[in-house]
Each structure stands twice: as C-alpha cells, then as structure tokens.
Design a protein around this ligand. Structure first.
Ligand SMILES: NC(=O)c1ccc[n+]([C@@H]2O[C@H](COP(=O)([O-])OP(=O)(O)OC[C@H]3O[C@@H](n4cnc5c(N)ncnc54)[C@H](OP(=O)(O)O)[C@@H]3O)[C@@H](O)[C@H]2O)c1
Length: 279
C-alpha cells in the first residue's frame, strides 16, 4: 500500500534502524505507533519527529512495553487495533555473536523470545483485526543471516531463519486474505546492534556495513511494492540466492569467516571459568 495509507505499529522504534524507518515512513505520510521499552526515549523521539515533520499528534503515538514478556503482546495488539493499525513492522531484535560453546543457554532462549516468538505471537494477536482491514501488511525485519548461516551467528541465524520461515508460511496461509506478509533482509548495518567483536569480524572478512537510512528506504519500497521479500546489498543478495539453491556447496566458502572468530580457548566459558577443550 502507499505509505500515506499506512497506519504502522513499529517495534524496535528507538533502535538505529527503527529511528530511520520511523523517519522515512513519517516523511512518506504514514501514521506511526512506536513501540520500545523506555517511555522517556519514546516520548523524546515522538517530540523530535513531531517537530521535524510537523505532524499532528494523532499521526504519531507511542507505547512502552517489553516484547519478551509474552503476556504483554495481546494488550499491545488491542491498543494497535483500537488505533486502526493496518501495517505491523517487526523491527525489535537482539544480537548474538560468538561460537556456540560460548553462548549462555539463557541468552539463547531470550534471543529466540525477542527475535522469533514475540513477532509470531504479536502477529497472531493482531491478525483478527488485520484481516478486517481493506488491506494490511506484516513486515518482518529479518536479516541476510536469516537465509545465509555464517560462522559465529548460529543462534542469531536460527532466530532469523525461523522468522523467515514464519513469514513465508504465513504469507502462503493468508494467500486468500487481504493480509500480505513480507520479509526484509538487511545485511550488517551501522547501529549499536553490532559490538566491537562484530565490527572486527566485519573488517576481517571484508563485510560492508550499510547506513540505517538505506534499510529504511528498502522497507519503504517493500511496503509500497507489497513484494514477498527483499534483501539488501551486493554480494549478500547473490550469496543469499546461491545459498537457497545449493547451500551445502557453499560450506567451504566461509573459511575466512571461521578464522576471523576469536579462538575458543581465549573466551570465558558460560560459568566464568576458563574454557578448556577436551579434545
Ligand atoms: N544492525 C544490523 O547489523 C542488522 C542487520 C540485519 C538485521 N538487523 C535487524 O534489524 C532490527 C533492528 O536492529 P538495529 O540495528 O536497529 O538494532 P538496535 O539499534 O540494537 O535496536 C534494537 C531495537 O530492538 C528493541 N528491543 C530489543 N529487545 C526488546 C524487548 N525485549 N522488547 C521491546 N523491544 C526490544 C530495542 O528497544 P529499546 O529501544 O527498548 O532498547 C531497540 O529499539 C533487528 O531485528 C535486527 O535483528 C540488524
């Protein structure tokens, strides 16, 4: 749909990509319901956006909630339905980087809660309302790593592959409805999401990082085109396509990525004790 017709519930609105998305959607005429965890940050962002774009208050609202708490998702969907939401953008997400042996089991669960379970349950809660709209869209901000698994991103890729599978299956499930489900796969983007370890990995592997504004423009185009999915940047777009066609044939292509991970013995184990290899 045209952005000017969109009433968008945007999660992750205060993040690096979320801020750029909010800016470009407002610029294009959409109404926004911003979601984040900090009331202070949301209020400041709404104030700043309102001043910059001169929008009336009804076009720009915010709700503070923790999406990792499943019981908060239905009330959020009710607020969005009362507000007249017709586009749901899943932008909230958490990072994870490191060899699988170094990740905390609880951190892996939290990652799946925020990156996968929350979008699924929020979509489920809002779907009865979205089905009744003349036109509605659910846009999942996934990642290139949701279609291309790289060393160091096993947990993150699991969450984003899951999100992409969810989007694809739901799009087909809703094929005879007025709700369109879409997936956006940015490559690495310059936000606080990527810590120093990821930035060093990107430098070592020659991985480019985009400005968040590029992701925002791609999301706007995806919204208006109603295409199924869109990936950003070369060579990531090509790698994603090849991986979809013949993934195992690419297994040997990521040696540099594997070698760019911190050595296992130099990393602490989950309980804080020095990690040891048993073989
Ligand atoms: N940056 C990249 O390299 C990159 C690349 C590809 C895809 N992506 C995806 O793009 C999306 C946005 O990433 P970003 O770069 O903008 O990251 P970011 O700057 O770290 O922002 C992440 C956002 O997610 C929100 N969030 C995290 N946990 C939450 C929770 N439990 N409840 C509610 N909100 C929560 C944060 O809310 P608060 O404001 O409350 O902290 C924040 O607004 C993510 O889904 C990420 O996976 C990022």
């Amino acid at each position: 749909m045209k952005a000017a017709q969109a009433r968008v519930l945007l999660t992750g609105a205060c993040g690096g990509i979320g801020r750029a998305v909010a800016d470009s959607l407002l610029q294009a005429g959409a109404a926004l319901l911003l979601v984040g965890r900090s009331p202070a940050r949301l209020a400041a962002q709404v104030h700043e956006l309102g001043q910059r774009h001169g929008v009336e208050p009804a076009r720009l609202r915010w709700v503070a909630t923790d999406l990792a708490q499943a019981e908060r998702l239905r009330p959020l969907a009710e607020i969005a339905a009362d507000w007249g939401c017709n586009v749901l953008v899943h932008g909230a997400g958490a990072p994870s980087f490191g060899r699988l042996e170094t990740l905390e089991p609880t951190a892996i669960r939290q990652l799946l809660d925020i990156n996968l379970l929350a979008p699924m349950l929020l979509s489920q809660a809002l779907l009865p309302h979205l089905r009744c709209q003349p036109r509605a869209q659910i846009i999942c901000i996934g990642s290139a790593l949701g279609r291309l698994g790289l060393p160091g991103f096993s947990a993150y890729s699991a969450s984003k592959f899951g999100l992409r599978g969810f989007a694809e299956a739901l799009r087909r499930e809703l094929g005879d409805s007025r709700v369109r489900v879409q997936y956006l796969g940015p490559r690495s983007t310059r936000t606080e999401f990527n810590n120093a370890g990821v930035q060093a990995y990107n430098r070592a592997t020659g991985t480019a990082m985009d400005a968040p504004e590029r992701v925002a423009q791609a999301l706007l185009r995806l919204l208006e085109s109603e295409g199924a999915e869109r990936f950003i940047g070369f060579p990531e777009t090509l790698a994603v396509r090849l991986n979809g066609l013949a993934g195992p044939l690419l297994d040997g292509a990521f040696t540099k990525h594997r070698r760019s991970l911190p050595p296992l013995l130099q990393q602490p184990s989950p309980d804080g004790a020095p990690a040891t290899l048993t073989c």
